[in-house]
Design a binder for this molecule. Structure first.
Ligand SMILES: [Zn+2]
Length: 437
């Protein structure tokens, strides 16, 4: 049976809102559809809450009127899908009840692009992970440094994220702390992501991003150019075949090195590599063959290079530690972890930046930090000062792809006209992105 989409939408809206179908000819005509809609979408009433800073998911559920037992069963069900300790601040939680007030479903927006639904139509409740539709559009931006890179990006939507991405891509060519100067220019081509058309069953989460078409942040950076008085660099994202995947400069030189600079994204160096240091705990003068990176307990620790895990376990003063072997006679050790990442065991291959464990203070430590050691042919070397090998250059047969990519982004990188005001223009109306100076 066919019916006009508008009428069908009205019916579903009615079903969701729990209102009675209008007593009209149309409603009679749609008797069948009405029944089908009622079968698949029982009239639910939604209430929402946000997981606030300092709050937990359990707290938000309690606020929404779940009793202790319901709360427990929701957490148990969600625990299979997500890391409950990592539910983001501001995550929307929505509780759906039927007309009788009985709990039917609980949903949690665990990521901008994904929510998890716990359905109480059977016992124990079942869980579904639902990807929200995402539309990607390309954007470009140009900016000029007055004080710092983050200041230069501050007027752009998702500027903090762009700063981090840019810093990450350019980390080997531009030192954002020491090599940036006023007047330096940055050009970027990147993906902007929007929520696509949401399914009717998508519950309201009450969070910042609710509607189809709303911005959910940035995706991959495809081209980045830095023109500075001291530093300069370009990066193009090239992806083709199985082995080509990464950023290369305009000539095909890879931007990535074998090792990233540190195993943590955010840290403070609390102790450097030294051959004679007074140990803060034992007071003895002994070599400190590593670098200590202080960070809050639980911060993810990344493998600094691709390799194979060769040891996971207690290593004396280092407490819980992971040892990874890399090519070229290199080896890295990460100590004082609070716990290991899921599935970490000897023999496992890890990628550069793969999370291997979490910051802690196990073993001999004065506070939460990672003790990071790099060894070459068995000898400890200074992680902050060793010759970091480049990864393989772009293979010859991938050069046409580089040329094609450069040509593709050329007009985007050259585009200079859009004023800052258009950055907040309505979505879907800025085909060539935005520009900030
Ligand atoms: Zn140390």
């Amino acid at each position: 049976m066919r019916f006009p989409p508008a009428a069908a939408l009205l019916l579903i809206l009615c079903a969701l809102a729990g209102c009675a179908s209008p007593e009209s000819e149309t409603a009679t005509d749609l008797g069948l559809a009405d029944k089908a809609a009622a079968d698949t979408a029982p009239a639910l009433l939604f209430t929402q809450a946000l997981v606030q800073r300092g709050d937990t998911l359990a707290g938000a559920l309690e606020e929404l009127g779940l009793n202790a037992e319901q709360n427990r069963s929701v957490l148990r069900a969600l625990g299979d899908e997500i890391d409950l300790r990592r539910v983001p601040i501001g995550a929307g939680v929505s509780v759906g009840r039927d007309e009788a007030g009985d709990l039917q479903q609980v949903t949690c927006r665990v990521e901008r692009e994904r929510y998890v639904r716990v359905l109480f139509d059977r016992s124990p409740p079942r869980t579904e992970s639902i990807e929200l539709p995402v539309e990607t559009r390309m954007a470009s931006t140009h900016t000029r440094i007055e004080q710092s890179v983050s200041q230069a990006f501050s007027q752009i939507e998702d500027g903090a994220r762009l700063t981090a991405e840019f810093a990450d891509i350019m980390q080997w060519d531009v030192d954002l702390w020491t090599e940036t100067r006023q007047g330096d220019r940055i050009r970027l081509v990147y993906e902007r992501r929007y929520l696509g058309l949401l399914a009717e069953e998508t519950p309201p989460f009450g969070d910042r991003i609710e509607q189809s078409g709303e911005s959910i942040g940035i995706g991959r950076v495809h081209a980045a150019i830095y023109e500075g008085s001291i530093a300069a660099g370009s990066a193009y994202w090239i992806e083709g075949g199985d082995d080509v995947r990464g950023y290369f400069d305009a000539q095909g030189k890879p931007l990535r090195k074998t090792f990233i600079k540190s195993p943590l994204s955010f840290y403070r160096i609390s102790s450097r590599f030294s051959n004679a240091r007074r140990n803060p705990v034992t007071r003895k003068v002994v070599p400190h063959h590593g670098v200590d990176y202080a960070a809050p307990t639980g911060s993810p620790v990344m493998a600094t290079a691709q390799g194979k895990v060769i040891q996971v376990g207690w290593m004396g003063a280092l407490g819980k530690a992971v040892r990874v072997r890399h090519g070229g006679g290199f080896e890295t050790i990460y100590g004082h972890l609070s716990r290991y990442a899921k599935g970490m065991k000897p023999g496992r291959s890890v990628d550069q930046r793969e999370v291997i464990g979490y910051v802690g203070s196990t073993g001999r430590a004065t506070g939460p930090h990672v003790h990071y050691t790099v060894k070459r042919h068995g000898r400890p070397i200074d992680p902050l000062a060793f010759e970091n090998p480049s990864v393989d250059p772009l293979p010859e047969d991938a050069y046409p792809l580089l040329v094609q990519t450069r040509r593709r982004w050329e007009p985007w990188l050259a585009y200079e006209a859009t004023p800052v005001a258009s950055l907040s223009a309505p979505l879907f109306s800025v085909p060539f992105g935005s520009d900030a100076r």
